[in-house]
Design a binder for this molecule. Structure first.
Ligand code: DC
Length: 229
C-alpha cells in the first residue's frame, strides 16, 4: 500500500457503541497513522472531576481544567491513557464515567480546551480521529468524513459484551436506557452537538462486522486517491 497524499485527516463520528474506536484503531494500523480517541479525553476529564468529588459545571471547569494533564500513548498497538501520569486506561470505561463524560462535554470551556489539543494533534501529521464533532467542528476540512450509525438493540448488545469483559453485569435494559440518554444529550446539547454533516458518508453498521466496515472505509480512502494498493 502506497500513500499518495502526504498528510490527511480522517474523521469518524457517530453515537455510542457503533464501533468507532475499534474501527478507527484498525484503520490507523492499516494506514500506519496515529489514532486519536477524543472520547477518552472527555472521559479523563470526567474521571478527574468524579474521583475528586468536584461538581461538573462551568465554574469548576474553569477552575480545575488546568490541573488535568491528558496523555494518549501507544504501546504495542494498545493505547494507554494517562491522567497526570496515572494510568487510567481501564478506569475511564465504566458506565458512571461514560455519563460523566457526556455531562462534562456539554461545557463550552471544556470543549474549547480539548478541541484545541485535538487540532494540534492533527496539525503536522496524518491522523484518524473519532468522536462526536470531528467532521463538524474539530476538522471541518477533513479529507474523509464518516458517520457510523446502527440500530439501538444491536449497539446495546455490543456494549453489553464490552462491559462484561470489564466484569460489569448491567442488564440489557439498563444499558439501553443509559445509551439512549447519552445519545440524546450528545445530539441535543447547545454546543457542538453530534450531527451527521452533509459531506459525511453514512455507514449503517447494524448488520456489518468490524472487518466489513474497515474494508468499506478502505475503499472510500482509495476512491478518494489518498492511498493506492
Ligand atoms: O466516544 P465515547 O463514548 O468514549 O465518548 C464519551 C462521551 O464524550 C460522549 O458521550 C460525548 C463526549 N464526546 C464529545 O462530546 N465529543 C467528542 N469528540 C468525543 C466524545
Amino acid at each position: 500500500m502506497e500513500n499518495i497524499q502526504k498528510k490527511y485527516i480522517i474523521a469518524i463520528d457517530g453515537p455510542c457503541a457503533t464501533g468507532k474506536s475499534c474501527i478507527a484503531k484498525l484503520l490507523a494500523k492499516k494506514l500506519s497513522i496515529i489514532y486519536v480517541d477524543t472520547g477518552a479525553m472527555y472521559r479523563v476529564c470526567a474521571y478527574y472531576f468524579i474521583t475528586n468529588n468536584i461538581k461538573i459545571n462551568e465554574e469548576n471547569a474553569k477552575k480545575y481544567m488546568k490541573e488535568i494533564d491528558i496523555k494518549l500513548n501507544y504501546t504495542d498497538g494498545k493505547i494507554i491513557i494517562h491522567l497526570n501520569n496515572q494510568d487510567v486506561t481501564d478506569d475511564i470505561r465504566t458506565p458512571e464515567i461514560s455519563m460523566g463524560a457526556s455531562d462534562i462535554s456539554k461545557i463550552p470551556y471544556v470543549r474549547e480546551r480539548l478541541v484545541d489539543m485535538q487540532r494540534k494533534m492533527g496539525e503536522d501529521i496524518s491522523v484518524i480521529m473519532d468522536g462526536r464533532d470531528i467532521g463538524s467542528v474539530v476538522f471541518p476540512n477533513a479529507d474523509i468524513k464518516v458517520y457510523l450509525d446502527g440500530d439501538i438493540k444491536t449497539r446495546t448488545l455490543r456494549r453489553k459484551k464490552d462491559l462484561e469483559k470489564m466484569g460489569c453485569t448491567l442488564s440489557l435494559e439498563e444499558i439501553e436506557k443509559d445509551m439512549k440518554k447519552r445519545d440524546s444529550q450528545d445530539m441535543n446539547r447547545d454546543h457542538s452537538p453530534l450531527i451527521k454533516v452533509e459531506d459525511a458518508i453514512l455507514i449503517d453498521t447494524t448488520y456489518m462486522s468490524v472487518e466489513e466496515v474497515v474494508e468499506h472505509i478502505m475503499v472510500i480512502i482509495k476512491d478518494k486517491g489518498i492511498i493506492k494498493d
